[in-house]
Ligand binder design. Structure first.
Ligand SMILES: Nc1ncnc2c1ncn2[C@@H]1O[C@H](COP(=O)(O)OP(=O)(O)OP(=O)(O)O)[C@@H](O)[C@H]1O
Length: 765
């Protein structure tokens, strides 16, 4: 880059920085003014109240003035909020006003136009932009990543411009460090620089180097379902977080962050990504895991957690896997729907409602009320009607209950204090002692009926546990179990297991979604119409049932699903069946599928090694960033494996090294062995812990979505990973590495590495 260009750009930067500082100063003054005004209003307000509250007309005046003051306060609050937001934005811009420049020529114009792109827009006069927000329509040109004719979408339709220059900047403390003029042929130096950095416990935004295909994901506004299939490390998560920032900008005023929800694989991952949106100047969306969603709704049941689910899936008990797969299918979802519809006519299970140990409303009576409504009632109307009828009956019971013995003795046992408090609810004198008695009795009965009232309101007269069991028993009539390879005895055993679990307050992952779905259908509740955008990361680990259930539960949301069907460590889904299921759930007309094949996370050597774990035909492309060849070290026993591991840890001191073992038990054992050898390490046992730098020992299913400078796959032996079922798991583990990958095997190596050509790794024996 010539010095004159650098000088020119530095001068331009200085001018922009000046403008930023001037505006920041102006808004800081506005913040102060709003604060001063607010405290003046507060002072006036108290004086007014004190001065005028002596007389009736004074009180009236005061109430009018309170309203006026409140209005003034609200206005101040708004201007304070606006000014503070502007100061925040300008502070961010001050650090790095922009990261790119493009020069374009629009048809029919005589001059080229120069556009600077940054994290937010900045204008020095109306319609004169010094910086364009990266999400503005015109900024899209930058991400198209080419010179010459480029099309971009605007609110008035597609525009074509001639791109003359694409320039990237690295700016630190108001000084331009580097300038890159890019065209497609040179490749992306800035991207290479960014990717060569060390890992961090927090993901960063990729706003300066978003790639063309990622830009399409980010800016899609048409699809009801956007399905992104992408190789490990292809930037699915990174792109989708940018997409959320884009949507919040594009629909500002109509969409806020609480209407956007992201379901992620585990809590550790939530923690890993929670800085990206704040870095982009937006608030975080709602984030949760499926497990949290289910557990939160079922506080009285222990839902199977990640570790238990992983162990069950890998237990080798094929009948369990068969049943779980069956319960996870779309046909099962449809069968539950059918069963729920059938409940509109018969078979709803009820529970007695009791009061003081006696039946107040019997299940037979509730049954008659429930099925006594018109045929055209749906499940929701029926339950609403039943609740209403029961509340009415409860109210009618108050009178007769007042005459009972227990009420009489309750009144006799009232303390003076209790009597005084109760009487305060009756400001006038009682006409006679009978009236007083009736008054007290009524209060006591209403108080005692409160619990019953609450039970009715919360549908406690339904019995979801019994209903689920009944549904399971009916299932052979609704679906052909033999088509799923399940015989009657196996099905019966699974029912017994579900019952035993429920009795112990436990429920498996395979049962929990049908449980919630049936309950929602029975009660017609829990559908959430507020959420407008629903994101699922690592969607390959969701079952078709879960997806159908989420779609039902969030009917107004547009869905963006991200996944890598090669990393399906829970569902072992194959790509075709997942796509078929999705097209059954979403209208193909409004579905868009985008594939990302280039992997950015890892060095070319690691990507070229890992892709062979998926067989020889995978489409995955590596990004040209060089590093060491991965190492495979086959040792004779555990002590030798530990020595090998220790030597990697010593060589790579200072980097974050994740030692990834298959199960939690393997990790516990390994961590202990390392401790015994005096090697400091952090064992991640649950998803609620925090990621740290240094040596981490982490079970495979918790490493999902994360990345580390260096990864050691612990014990990749044939014993641990004997066959096909583990292929996706092995691929997931190896693709967590950014710069270095070491595979250590205690004894013979897993056959899953057989397809990797010998020149793709270094073998140590
Ligand atoms: N356009 C980009 N510019 C800079 N870095 C990028 C870009 N795209 C991806 N990356 C980086 O590549 C790494 C992998 O990205 P990300 O975690 O989003 O991939 P993923 O597809 O979700 O991976 P996985 O499926 O393995 O979890 C991250 O460090 C991310 O910041």
């Amino acid at each position: 880059m010539t010095d004159s260009i650098k000088e020119y750009e530095q001068h331009h930067l200085d001018v922009v920085e000046d403008e930023i500082r001037t505006q920041k100063h102006k808004f800081e003054l506005s913040v102060k003014k709003a604060e001063r005004d607010e405290s003046a209003i507060q002072d006036n307000f108290y004086n007014d109240v004190r001065l005028h509250s002596g007389t009736y007309s004074g009180l009236m005046d005061t109430s009018v003035s309170i309203r006026q003051q409140q209005q003034l306060l609200d206005e101040r609050q708004n201007s304070w909020n606006n000014a503070t937001a502007q100061v925040e934005k300008l502070k961010r811009l001050e650090e790095r006003p922009y990261f790119a420049r493009i020069d374009i020529h629009e048809h029919g114009e005589d001059k080229d136009e120069t556009i600077y792109i940054g994290l937010a827009s900045l204008a020095d006069k109306p319609d004169h932009y010094l910086i364009y927000d990266w999400r503005a329509p015109i900024s899209s040109i930058y991400y198209e990543n080419k010179l010459g004719e480029v099309k971009y979408a605007t609110p008035d339709g597609e525009q074509t411009v001639d791109v003359k220059l694409k320039r990237q900047f690295q700016i630190e403390n108001g000084k331009i460090k580097t300038i890159f003029d890019t065209d497609a042929a040179i490749g992306d130096q800035l991207l290479l620089n960014n990717l060569s950095n060390q890992s961090s416990t927090k993901m960063k935004s990729i706003v300066t180097t978003i790639q063309r295909e990622q830009n399409q994901i980010i800016r899609d506004t048409k699809s009801n379902l956007l399905f992104v299939q992408g190789a490990a490390g292809s930037g699915k998560t990174a792109a989708v977080l940018q997409r959320i920032a884009f949507l919040l900008y594009r629909y500002r005023g109509n969409l806020n962050s609480s209407q956007v929800i992201l379901f992620s694989p585990n809590q550790l991952f939530n923690d890993y990504i929670n800085q990206v949106l704040p870095e982009l100047g937006e608030q975080n969306m709602v984030q949760m895991t499926y497990y949290q969603y289910a557990s939160h709704r079922l506080p009285h049941l222990a839902v199977e957690n990640l570790s238990q689910r992983f162990l069950e899936d890998n237990s080798g008990e094929t009948h369990k896997r068969k049943i779980n797969d069956f319960k996870s299918s779309l046909q099962y979802f449809n069968a539950v729907t059918k069963y729920a519809e059938h409940l509109n006519h018969a078979d709803m299970r009820f529970r007695n409602i009791k009061f003081q140990g006696n039946i107040l409303f019997s299940k037979e009576m509730i049954h008659d009320i429930y099925y006594g409504f018109n045929d055209n009632y749906n499940l929701r109307n029926r339950i609403d009607g039943t609740r209403e009828a029961l509340v009415k009956r409860l109210n009618r019971r108050i009178k007769s209950e007042m005459k009972t013995k227990w009420v009489e003795s309750a009144i006799q046992n009232l303390s003076d204090e209790q009597l005084r408090t109760l009487r305060m609810g009756h400001p006038e004198e009682f006409a006679d002692p009978d009236e007083e008695y009736r008054f007290l009795a009524k209060h006591i009965v209403i108080g005692a009926f409160k619990r019953v009232h609450k039970q009715i309101i919360h549908n406690r007269f339904l019995s979801i546990n019994q209903q689920i069991v009944q549904m399971l028993k009916q299932m052979p009539k609704l679906l052909d179990l033999s088509a799923a390879g399940i015989d009657d005895a196996e099905w019966q055993t699974s029912i017994d297991e579900t019952i035993a679990g429920l009795k112990n307050g436990q429920i498996s992952m395979a049962d929990v979604s049908p449980y919630l779905y049936l309950y929602d259908r029975m009660t017609g509740r829990h559908v959430n119409r507020d959420i407008r955008y629903f994101f699922i990361d690592e969607v390959q680990d969701y079952t078709p049932f879960q997806l159908a259930f989420l779609k039902y539960s969030f009917p107004r949301a547009k869905f963006t699903l991200l996944g890598d069907l090669n990393q399906a460590i829970f569902t072992h889904e194959n790509s075709q069946s997942m796509r078929n299921d999705l097209s059954a759930l979403f209208d193909p007309e409004t579905t868009r599928v985008i594939e990302l094949n280039k992997s950015y996370r890892s060095t070319a050597q690691i990507t070229d090694f890992s892709k062979y774990l998926l067989g020889r035909n995978s489409k995955i492309e590596s990004f040209a960033r060089n590093g060491n060849l991965p190492t495979i070290e086959v040792t004779k026993d555990e002590q030798a494996s530990l020595a090998a591991l220790q030597s990697v840890i010593e060589q790579e001191a200072g980097e974050t090294i994740a030692v990834i073992a298959k199960t939690l038990d393997d990790c516990k054992h390994l961590s202990q062995q390392l401790n015994d050898r005096g090697v400091k390490n952090n064992l991640l046992q649950t998803e609620n812990q925090r990621l740290t730098n240094g040596v981490l020992v982490i079970p495979s299913y918790l490493a999902k979505g994360l990345e580390f400078d260096s990864v050691v796959m612990w014990d990749a032996s044939k014993r641990q990973y004997p066959g096909e079922d583990d292929r996706q798991l092995v691929y997931t583990i190896c693709t967590r590495a950014m710069h270095d990958l070491t595979v250590i095997s205690n004894g013979a190596l897993s056959p899953l590495f057989n397809d990797v050509p010998k020149d793709r790794y270094q073998l140590k024996q």
